[in-house]
Design a protein around this ligand. Structure first.
Ligand SMILES: [Zn+2]
Length: 169
């Protein structure tokens, strides 16, 4: 069984208050096989910064290729409780030789930094932060297999397109 992340526009305060009643954007078709039979497949609880309790993320399943899709706010990379904008800002500071920020745990920032050290050398020669981000790499992950922001680029539907820019220094 393949599980893919669908990065969607999600209103976290609404998701928090509505729980499973939150209206998710439903995939119109399977992003792997294009089947139009995509069914709800329950929920999974995930933690996000700013919320004490985990939030319910919706899942869908394609009965034709058996892929399970998990909806996730496009503000948060898979596996991270902090928004990617915060992570990028911390890494950008560190790249510039500045210190970690005081408001966030040092341990967490070090984890992100170590992840970036791994990601920038995955393809041999060291790569720059903005370049990796622009290419859709989860720049702080320690995973060498699940490092792409877009899980199914070959079948990306416009409404799932993840487009953004790194803020200029
Ligand atoms: Zn499918």
């Amino acid at each position: 069984m393949v599980t893919l992340i669908l990065y969607l526009s999600v209103d976290l305060p609404s998701l928090s208050s509505l729980g499973k009643a939150y209206q998710w954007i439903r995939p119109r078709c399977c992003l792997r096989c294009r089947s139009t039979r995509v069914w709800g497949h329950g929920y999974v609880a995930r933690y996000f910064d700013g919320w004490k309790d985990p939030l319910w993320l919706k899942r869908w399943r394609c009965p034709d290729c058996r892929t399970v899709f998990t909806g996730r706010p496009d503000t948060h990379w898979r596996g991270f409780h902090s928004p990617w904008s915060v992570i990028l800002e911390v890494l950008r500071r560190k790249v510039l030789g500045l210190t970690f920020v005081l408001e966030l745990s040092r341990q967490r920032q070090q984890y992100w930094w170590r992840g970036f050290q791994m990601q920038c050398r995955v393809e041999g020669e060291a790569r720059e932060l903005q370049q990796l981000f622009a290419e859709g790499v989860i720049v702080a992950t320690h995973s060498l297999t699940d490092r792409a922001i877009t899980s199914a680029p070959e079948a990306l539907h416009p409404i799932f397109a993840f487009t953004t820019r790194v803020r200029s220094p």
